[in-house]
Write a protein that binds this ligand. Structure first.
Ligand code: NPG
Length: 373
């Protein structure tokens, strides 16, 4: 295959409700969608990817406009120069560029979608996924009041979500967690996500979370603090799950060896793409470490790909693969992902199995960058 053109469609998608985490509140989702045109033996084929970097470097060192710049100046030229490009070799062609996993993942995704469409193969079949559906969890942002929180959680529980994840931060942790557990009882699959908001000196405080029988606590400490997560894990009964810290299979191996992760959240963007994500799944499974698929408020493109990835056998916990309507009144694909009966369907169409609705996408487009050799 030969990469002919990359088009970055910059979008600003309004959220149905503000989303608050320990690093701030978002009222709309800025992203860019990658449209790759690839010459294949079957002729020119278009594939789609998306960049999950946030506007500001608050979750990880990447930010959206930086990712677009890196793509324009280094990633695209490196890939345009390749005579025989395959999705499986994208990472190696980009290995000399340090970091920027989300920028790389977005392009690899679009190349992979095109490659699979050219041979009429779905991403799930490519991965060898047998499941038809995967359990759908939902991530609940930090709310202003406990009563507001309970109302929001009631909505998701009534809708049938398979588990609830609550964002926490210092000052908004033990009380909301206790309130949700008391309201919904011991059977609610319930976990928390701190997005690196604590330090190891908070261990005595965090240990109180053990009283609430959580499925796991996600990333309480900083991205670089793998060893400290190991220490905290030994001080708590709640299973330790890492997100931000797991940037590569090597980081996953370190975390597992240090006892820092009983569970791993796999986000393809954070680890440089779906193929690396698969490698981390395989490594974790071989070590008996449970994984689940995280979410980055993806559009219908990324959500479809996540639903297929989460069909792999090692994904034994519900992922942040909520229905499109949890974040968006209007998605950019013709058939957005829908949660029903606590699950979402694994897409079966060619590539990621979704079609972009260009007319709808145009409504949310703030700019288009066309990159050619
Ligand atoms: O369903 O996509 C979703 C949201 C899941 O909470 C979620 N994502 O830290 O995992 C996270 C968080 C996040 C979202 C982080 C956007 C960074 C950006």
């Amino acid at each position: 295959m030969r990469l002919r053109e990359l088009r970055l469609h910059h979008l600003d998608l309004p959220l149905v409700a503000p989303f608050t985490t320990s690093f701030g509140t978002e009222v709309s989702k800025a992203t860019y969608v990658v449209e790759a045109t690839v010459d294949t033996p079957a002729g020119p084929v278009t594939g789609w990817g998306e960049c999950v970097a946030m506007r500001a470097p608050l979750y990880s060192p990447e930010h959206l406009s930086g990712a677009a710049e890196v793509t324009q100046r280094w990633i695209a030229p490196a890939l345009f120069a390749v005579q025989d490009l395959r999705a499986e070799s994208v990472a190696e062609h980009l290995e000399h560029l340090i970091g920027h996993p989300m920028a790389k993942a977005a392009v690899e995704m679009a190349v992979l979608d095109a490659q699979l469409r050219a041979i009429d193969l779905s991403f799930s079949a490519y991965l060898g996924v047998l499941r038809r559906t995967v359990p759908s969890g939902v991530s609940v942002g930090i709310q202003d009041t406990v009563s507001q929180l309970l109302e929001v959680v009631h909505g998701y529980v009534d809708a049938g979500y398979a588990r609830i994840k609550l964002k926490i931060k210092p000052g908004a942790d033990l009380e909301p967690v206790a309130a949700v557990r008391a309201e919904f009882g011991p059977d609610l699959p319930f976990q928390v996500d701190a997005n690196a908001a604590y330090t190891l000196v908070d261990a005595p405080h965090l240990r109180h979370l053990d009283e609430h029988d959580l499925l796991l606590i996600e990333q309480p400490l900083g991205e670089a603090d793998i060893r400290q997560h190991g220490e905290l894990a030994r001080l708590m009964r709640t299973p330790m799950c890492l997100d931000e810290s797991i940037v590569s299979p090597e980081a996953a191996a370190d975390a597992i060896t240090l006892g820092a992760a009983a569970v791993i959240n796999i986000k393809p963007g954070r680890v440089g793409g779906y193929l690396q994500a698969r490698a981390i799944h395989d490594l974790s499974r071989a070590h008996g470490i449970a994984v689940w698929c995280g979410g980055m408020l993806e559009t219908g493109i990324g959500r479809a790909a996540n639903a297929a990835l989460a069909g792999l056998a090692g994904f034994t916990l519900p992922g942040d693969i909520s229905g499109s309507d949890r974040f968006y009144a209007q998605d950019i694909v013709t058939e957005p992902i829908v949660m029903h009966d606590g699950v979402v369907d694994v897409p079966t169409g060619p590539g990621f199995g979704v079609e972009v609705d260009r007319e709808i996408m145009a409504r949310f487009t703030t700019g288009v960058q066309t990159l050619t050799p």
